[in-house]
Design a protein. Sequence first.
Length: 152
Amino acid sequence: MAVSIGYAAGAFDLFHIGHLNILRHAKEQCDLLIAGVVSDEMLRLVKGVEPFVPTIERAQIVRDIKYVDHVHIETVPDKLEVWREVGFTHFFKGDDWRGTEKGLRLERDFAAVGVQVVYFPYTAHTSSTQLRRALEAASAAGEDRPSARETA
């Protein structure tokens, strides 16, 4: 019997319940779960976002989640290239991608190489975007975020 290898990718910045839900649900549907942690450089390049937590720390947090078997740090924007590096059979994504241009392209690309795209419910009440906005609002109100030097 073939081993199913799942891959759930994300920034996992400002880790929250939505992230945990994706990882838990993904592990329920595969034998081995690899969590892809998008590097700081890729977050800047692809999303135009400056992460609050550095790549290496985000990877350590995710690595220590009981549902995760391995962590892969993503350093390329192309998910097919990531597939070539990792070799997963299932790709897990929040259902906010379902039916979108990006989601449909992902499904086509992965179908061509035999990877199944599985969507999970998006946790609408908590998101990194909402947390980021709250932190930025607090910062704008004079509650500055400590610099890397201050936290080291």
